[in-house]
Design a protein around this ligand. Structure first.
Ligand code: ATP
Length: 554
């Protein structure tokens, strides 16, 4: 019996190997070698001088909470000085916190003090919606940035800059208040000159015989442009949304405006307070959905880790930071070189022979390290020296700390993800059906179809649909049908014992019962509407606005 099981396992492994190999052969080999931007990380001492005290999560929710207004808010945009820092080349010394690329160690304290005059000045008497729920379908590209200063804040076009909320390798992230829609956004401020200057620190590796051809290194500015191009395509509840890019050729800075994800990073590593298994389960499922969507959109993230998973106020995880991501053609990205965070890199990415490895399998490995880190508060492989770390990742077995105690199902999932051989590693579709993920089949995940085929409606499509359906009742009916993915009349009253005859008599959309059911079902129909009259433009706009197509996961 166990022999049969073993043979079975070997066969599966063989077919997986074959699967990856086949792809390697079939694909047009697209070499993607990205300089390890982590190599430019400033040492932690430099970074901590930039650390800003943080606010408690509750203080981030609403402007009404802002009681202490400090008018000494930021008056200049300050970008941290970044030294080239330790490179990830052989033997360089890295602190453990660099290995897992900590965010600056910001502790919750007095961010609310710096927060804002900017908001309060503009605060309407009643409400101020901080959750950008009406995102445009794609980010706006703005070529002119008008900067104005007043006593308490800097303003860039409609955005009032507030306190710093994070730091990345290439710039800082500031909270920004949009006076047009009165929402908060996270604005990544990048110094273009510094990006290009830092590029001088990168040296392309020398060409080696019989090895994968060295690719053209992209400079950091190009990497940012690629990040923008990738983000433009994405619209998923578990992926952070890029709303606008301010890139004035006259301005030394480039600004990327993202939806503001209130609770920010899921976890900072290492921590003595990891997540309990239930919470990790919820967040991990969200991350899986986001990653499935990315792979479906032919994007490998390459830097999945807890600090790149942001947590919204509603407890939804959003994948962020596409700085080293890349798009691929065909069914997988075939990568060489290292990019991403050392402790999260897959063993195959660390091979010395520069051979190609699968981008999807790399993301899955990082997902496994992330899952481990969520429940244990630390990564399974760590070392102060890059070479030693690489060795551990490649050779050491995964060990589980004595505490906290985790379930056997979770252990089995972690072990199947952290298989050194990418051919034996569990695949995303298999993770989705793993007993720990589905709680033994009782909580299945959405199918790829449901998760990835999200309905997106462009302005143009809305306009066109308005022209096609000139009657309000027809429009509403068709929209409702589309929403339910059924052709039947969703507003028809169906008694439990409905016969064909009853159905026929109530099938007319002019049936008064239809309208009463409809108005109960949807607030889109104004009470004083006369449904039978041809509708005018404003009726249609109202109905579309309030009946916006919802994401099935919301
Ligand atoms: N949309 C957002 N909403 C809220 N906070 C954010 C948002 N984007 C980034 N942050 C905060 O800013 C920090 C820095 O983000 P950023 O993406 O610039 O860099 P990073 O992921 O830390 O590093 P790197 O760019 O070096 O990979 C994040 O860790 C997070 O705390």
């Amino acid at each position: 019996m166990s022999k049969a099981k073993g043979t079975n396992r070997n066969q599966t492994a063989f077919f997986k190997q074959l699967f990856w190999l086949n792809h390697l052969r079939r694909q047009k080999m697209e070499v993607e070698q990205v300089p390890d931007k982590k190599g430019t990380l400033a040492p932690s001492e430099v970074r901590t001088t930039w650390a800003l005290a943080d606010a408690s999560p509750t203080s981030l929710k609403a402007p009404d909470d802002i009681t202490n207004v400090d008018t000494s808010g930021p008056s200049t945009i300050s970008i941290p000085e970044q030294s080239p820092g330790p490179s990830s080349s052989s033997g360089s010394y890295l602190s453990v916190s660099h290995m897992v690329r900590q965010q600056s160690d910001t502790t919750h304290n007095n961010r609310r003090l710096v927060r804002s005059k900017a908001v309060c000045d503009d605060r309407p008497a009643t409400s101020c919606n901080f959750v950008p729920d009406q995102m445009p379908s794609g980010p706006t590209q703005t070529k002119t940035v008008i900067q104005t200063k007043n006593d308490s804040y800097i303003q860039l076009n409609q955005y009032r800059l507030m306190e710093e909320i994070g730091q990345g390798s290439y710039g800082i992230v500031k909270l920004a208040y949009n006076e047009k829609d009165r929402n908060l956004y996270a604005m990544k401020v990048l110094d273009k000159l510094k990006l290009v200057k830092n590029f001088a620190c990168f040296r392309p590796p020398p060409a080696r015989k019989n090895k994968a051809p060295p690719s053209v290194l992209k400079n950091p500015l190009q990497l940012v442009q690629r990040e923008i191009a990738i983000l433009k395509k994405l619209a998923h509840p578990n992926v952070v949304k890029l709303v606008e890019v301010l890139d004035d050729p006259e301005d030394n800075y480039l600004y990327m405006v993202f939806e503001y994800v209130e609770r920010r990073s899921l976890l900072e590593l290492p921590t003595d307070n990891p997540l309990d298994e239930d919470t990790a389960w919820k967040y991990f499922r969200d991350t899986l959905k986001g990653l499935e969507y990315l792979h479906y959109q032919k994007i490998v993230h390459r830097d999945i880790k807890p600090s790149n998973l942001l947590l919204s106020d509603t407890g939804q995880v959003k994948i962020a930071d596409f700085g080293v991501s890349c798009e691929f053609e065909g069914i997988d990205a075939f990568l060489t070189g290292t990019a991403g965070t050392p402790a999260f890199m897959a063993p195959e990415a660390l091979r010395e022979d520069s051979s190609f490895y699968s981008g999807r399998a790399q993301d899955i490995w990082s997902l496994g390290i992330t899952l481990y880190a969520l429940v244990f508060g630390q990564v399974p492989f760590s070392d102060n020296y890059v070479i030693a770390l690489h060795k551990k990742i490649k050779n050491d077995a995964v060990e589980f700390p004595v505490s906290p105690i985790i379930s056997d199902d979770l252990k089995s999932l972690i072990l199947s993800i952290l298989k050194k051989d990418p051919g034996l590693r569990i695949m995303l579709t298999e993770i989705k059906t793993h007993p720990w993920i589905t709680r033994n089949g009782t909580v299945p995940m959405l199918s790829e179809q449901e998760n990835c085929h999200l309905v997106t409606v462009t302005e143009e499509e809305i306009q066109n649909s308005v022209r096609v359906f000139c009657r309000l009742d027809t429009l509403i009916l068709v929209k409702a049908m589309g929403h339910r993915k059924r052709f039947g009349n969703p507003f028809r009253q169906q008694p439990a014992t409905s016969s064909l005859r009853i159905r026929r008599t109530s099938s007319s959309i002019k049936d008064p019962a239809f309208y009463s059911a409809m108005s109960a079902a949807s607030s889109a129909v104004k009470p004083n509407l006369i449904p039978d009259r041809p509708c005018n433009d404003s009726d249609l706009e109202d109905s579309i606005e309030t009946m916006s197509i919802r994401n099935p996961q919301d």
